[in-house]
Ligand binder design. Structure first.
Ligand code: RNT
Ligand code: ZN
Length: 420
């Protein structure tokens, strides 16, 4: 037996003493797909025009690390590299501004599935599912900070058309790949300073959304999600699509609600919201991110909140109704490493949650034995979790911790270093 297998046997016994089945956890974990966000690879630039546009809409990647993907081919190569270092089978989360327009500008309201066919083909070749997002930023019709709630009917209609086009694309993606695409609507609309009228933009947003969603699409192909936000750069005082707004919207329309970890007050966590909102909406989309002091979209690390998000998702018993997407963008470090670090951490946190002695903890809780509950929750932190994780990486054919970085360094030298 090889060393890691021997170590795994021992670790398995440790967990078995707590009635935790590590083989079962590994099997369950391998069925979970994380939706990898395309926008980490090029600082939310996209391929709409020659020469990437500034992101705008309050989204900002900071940093100047060399080697960012400049073309669709480069971005695909980078994603393939990242995926080769991440255990499991995953999904690609694509924004509409990453269209393949063959070098000819196509405006947002005119996009169709043909502009994404090369992505779908590529996803199929790589065994990936796909999710989709209309892009309501980085555009002259979004320059004044309003889109679907804009006071101008013409601008509103333009963005409604974009939303309608994107849902159709989502459904086409889902149909071709045999797995529903989650099409997530996030808009930047809001005011920098104190509004006189908080009501009218929200009324207009309801109307616009209802128009976008008016055609019923088969949920086997497309699932609609809406994402709230607390504030953005330049929209500090008022965000039209606040949490309460979208919570109400999603509940009343039975849409998916997207919870982004960076879109709440700094001490507010999304982990505690999962069991509340999933009582009222059919499914959830998570945008797992790491806010540092504000909605900064740092690379996801293995911190308390990540453990909690994973635990709540696993504990829900509804992993099939919780779509896990990542949403961070750091341009100050190797962008592919950023993907790998964040995604491996998400998967690690899920594995940790699956290895929790859930029945035992429930029993302590129900017996009122909170001492034992706390003691066990603390003690499991130092069980041989690393061994189970290493075994899972090995089984999945990807490098163990510390080893994957060598691959990134090689790629940086041979591929990224040549992008000047
Ligand atoms: C912005 C939202 C949104 C974006 C992506 C690029 O604050 O989090 O999800 O990050 O659509
Ligand atoms: Zn988000």
């Amino acid at each position: 037996m090889k060393n890691i297998e021997r170590m795994y046997e021992k670790a398995r016994e440790c967990y078995a003493e707590l009635d935790v089945d590590t083989d079962k956890a590994i099997k369950q974990l391998s069925d979970i797909a994380i939706s990898l966000h395309c926008w980490q690879g090029d600082d939310v630039g996209g391929f709409e025009t020659a020469g990437a546009e500034l992101s705008g809409g309050g989204i900002q990647a900071t940093g100047n690390y060399p080697g960012k993907a400049r073309t669709i081919e480069e971005l695909r190569g980078d994603i393939e590299k990242a995926l080769s270092l991440i255990p499991g089978k995953h999904r690609l989360n694509l924004h509409a501004c990453y269209l393949d327009n063959g070098g000819k500008f196509v405006d947002r309201n005119e996009i169709t599935v043909e502009h994404f066919q090369s992505w779908i083909d590529w996803a199929k070749e790589n065994g990936l599912g796909m999710d989709f997002n209309p892009t309501y930023f980085s555009h002259r019709k979004a320059a004044d900070g309003f889109t679907l709630s804009h006071i101008d009917k013409g601008i509103r209609n333009f963005w409604i058309e974009h939303g309608i086009a994107c849902r159709k694309i989502g459904a086409a993606i889902g149909k071709q790949l045999g797995s529903p695409a989650v099409t997530n609507v996030w808009i930047p609309d809001g005011y920098k300073d104190i509004p006189a009228d908080r009501w009218s933009p929200r009324k207009r947003l309801i109307e616009s959304l209802d128009k976008i969603f008016s055609e019923k699409l088969n949920p086997k192909f497309n699932l609609d999600a809406v994402e709230s936000k607390l504030f953005g750069i330049g929209a500090e005082s008022y965000t039209v699509g606040s949490h309460e707004f979208y919570m109400g919207y999603a509940v009343s329309r039975q849409k998916l609600l997207c919870l982004d970890a960076g879109h709440f007050h700094p001490t507010e966590v999304i982990s505690d919201k999962i069991s509340s909102v999933l009582m009222f909406v059919p499914e959830l989309l998570l945008h797992v991110s790491r806010p540092v002091r504000w909605d900064s979209d740092h690379v996801v690390i293995l911190n308390d909140e990540l453990y909690s998000i994973a635990r709540e998702a696993v504990r829900s018993g509804k992993l099939d109704k919780i779509h896990i997407g990542l949403d961070f963008f750091d341009a100050s470090i190797n962008r592919i490493a950023a993907w790998v670090i964040g995604t491996r951490n998400m998967i690690k946190a899920l594995l940790f949650a699956m290895l929790e002695p859930a029945d035992m903890l429930d029993k302590f809780e129900n017996d009122g034995d909170y001492t034992s509950r706390l003691a066990v929750l603390e003690d499991i932190k130092t069980l041989p979790f690393g061994t189970i994780w290493e075994y899972y990486c090995k089984k999945s054919g990807v490098p163990a911790d510390t080893l994957w970085l060598k691959e990134i360094k090689k790629y940086e030298k041979n591929v990224l270093g040549k992008r000047i």
